[in-house]
Design a protein around this ligand. Structure first.
Ligand SMILES: Nc1ncnc2c1ncn2[C@@H]1O[C@H](COP(=O)(O)OP(=O)(O)O)[C@@H](O)[C@H]1O
Ligand SMILES: [Mg+2]
Length: 358
């Protein structure tokens, strides 16, 4: 089976494509920056480096929020014929924290109280009533950048004015006290394949690796794991990372990451996470192909009713007319073992046709 990894070529992506090579017959590395999608003449075509993208059985497409539109378009064009672990709309949802929270909310996934306001007056009203400290977040921030902490109304009010002046969309969220810790859980299909706790450096509120957070081995309880699997399903990603805050109210999901870094979690857990992802991709592609083949045979058998009669088999079927010509079912070629090199005699009369090899 042929597979491809469509990504920005980070170290984590390189690890994943190397691991995929252990399972698939071939793995192409596709740089998402050289991908184009053309909508022309009623067709949706994917080009790579200016040429049509060849077919693959599996494409693992991922990248940063900057490429969400391209990734969504590529997946829309290919996901019906290719196994792709992240659904088309998921790229837009998962790269926007506001949309992520809206989707998770619909599936009753627990999360911190989150507020959206589009005018300064409305936002100030929220700041008047909310308990402090609070968090402001830019919807498309990553790596802890875009997460702002406000200890009081005074701090929040000046942050709000700045965000409004910069015309920067934001969400307001209750601050969950966890002593600067969050839980990072990697999901592949129906399983949690690795997890760890991240602890923020002293004086920092954000536990991200890029903000200096350190990894500690940690396996969340089965309820938290169940919430993570539900969150992945709700967002439409077979493979992703879920960030969770363990609060006194229970686990609260704060983020779904469609392109998680693998370095810290691999080092912390000692688990070859890239290998687990690759194995999942392979198993899933294989089972989809097998299910597809079974369905195809099943459908052919349903359409074509084969009856055995002394020495010959009868195929009861509709005929496929291409204009004024008749196209026979493939089964007829298989059973007769006719070849294009053979010569034939057609015995034709009204309502009857017999084809015999000479
Ligand atoms: N509501 C919150 N309460 C407390 N800490 C938070 C909250 N939201 C985020 N954080 C901290 O900030 C970090 C980054 O937030 P997150 O929403 O995961 O954004 P990203 O990782 O994309 O920057 C989290 O890992 C956590 O340590
Ligand atoms: Mg995060």
């Amino acid at each position: 089976m042929k597979a491809a990894l469509m990504s920005l070529g980070s170290v984590s992506s390189q690890w994943t494509s190397q691991a995929m090579r252990k399972y698939f017959d071939s793995v192409d590395d596709i740089d998402v920056r050289s991908v184009e999608v053309h909508l022309e003449g009623g067709k949706l075509e994917v080009l790579y480096q200016g040429k049509p993208l060849p077919p693959f059985e599996c494409i693992y497409a991922k990248g940063s929020f900057r490429y969400a539109q391209t990734l969504r378009s590529v997946t829309t064009a290919l996901y019906k014929t290719t196994y792709m672990p992240i659904k088309p709309a998921t790229f837009t949802l998962g790269h926007d924290k506001l949309l992520t929270h809206l989707v998770l909310q619909l599936d009753n996934i627990p999360m911190p109280n989150t507020y959206i306001a589009s005018s300064t007056t409305a936002a100030k009203k929220i700041l008047d009533t909310i308990n402090y400290p609070i968090i402001f977040k830019l919807p498309s921030g990553t790596g802890g950048k875009g997460v702002m902490y406000a200890e009081s109304f005074a701090a929040a009010s000046s942050l709000l004015d700045t965000l409004m002046t910069l015309r920067q969309p934001f969400i307001i969220q209750e601050y969950i006290e966890t002593s600067g810790e969050d839980i990072r859980v990697i999901v592949a299909g129906e399983k949690v394949i690795a997890s760890m706790k991240r602890k923020a450096v002293v004086g920092e509120k954000r536990a991200n690796y890029h903000s200096g957070g350190a990894g500690i081995p940690h396996t969340p309880d089965s309820y938290t794991q169940k919430i993570c699997l539900q969150a992945a399903k709700a967002i439409g990603a077979d493979i992703c990372a879920i960030d969770v805050l363990e609060s006194i109210k229970g686990p609260l999901v704060i983020e779904v990451n469609l392109s998680p870094g693998l370095q810290l979690i691999t080092k912390t857990t000692g688990i070859d996470v890239a290998d687990r992802i690759a194995r999942y991709l392979f198993e899933r592609t294989k089972s989809i192909r097998e299910a597809g083949a079974k369905k195809e045979t099943g459908e052919i058998m349903k359409q074509i009713n084969i009856e055995k009669k002394a020495g010959e088999q009868q195929i009861v079927t509709n005929l496929d007319f291409r204009g004024e010509r008749i196209l026979l079912p493939k089964l007829a070629t298989d059973m007769t073992q006719f070849s294009s090199k053979d010569e034939f005699v057609l015995k034709v009369s009204k309502g009857k046709l017999v084809i015999e090899k000479v």
